[in-house]
Design a protein around this ligand. Sequence first.
Ligand code: GLN
Length: 200
Amino acid sequence: MPKKVRVGVLALQGDFREHVESLQRAGVEAVEVRLPAQLKGLDGLIIPGGESTTILRLIDIFKFREPIIDFIRGGGPLWGTCAGMIVVAQKATDLTRPTLGLINVSVCRNAFGRQVDSFEEDLTIAAGDFAQREKPFHAVFIRAPVIEETGAAVEVLARLPNGAPVAARRGKVLVTAFHPELTPDLRFHEFFLGFSAMKE
Ligand code: GLN
């Protein structure tokens, strides 16, 4: 019998349970990752939304920084949503700790200001292998960051109507400023699950 795909969700803070539920609905095994040793053998890692300052602090307290970086260097797929995108970015505004620097994007935290804390937008996803791409993806943004700069080999997958990039990918690292785990649409989770079958 083929081995069942197992994806971890970093469960230090934030909406990791929603990602676990989405992964289970997508038919894979989901693991709440609370200790670095649990990264071993995973087919992917999701860093959820929440508060990036808290997640980064807990990453250091629980000594996750090197193990996560090693997991990605070893070819493990990684997806950061919202606060998770900030955590994995090369650079982010308004933080006291360094980010993990796993994808060459610069992000601006809380980019939409206090007036527009949350909003929803139908996005067109520009990825050849994104299922049913003719149907827009209903994206939920909550005190969301935005991508300000993208480096070499980073593909922008979605933009807001004003042109601001809100989803990007480089190799097996995916970032979204919004929360696909809060909507029933599983296409982003399925898209991410496809990375584990990719060769380098
Ligand atoms: N505003 C949060 C931060 O800067 C992110 C919000 C979220 O993950 N929904 O970390």
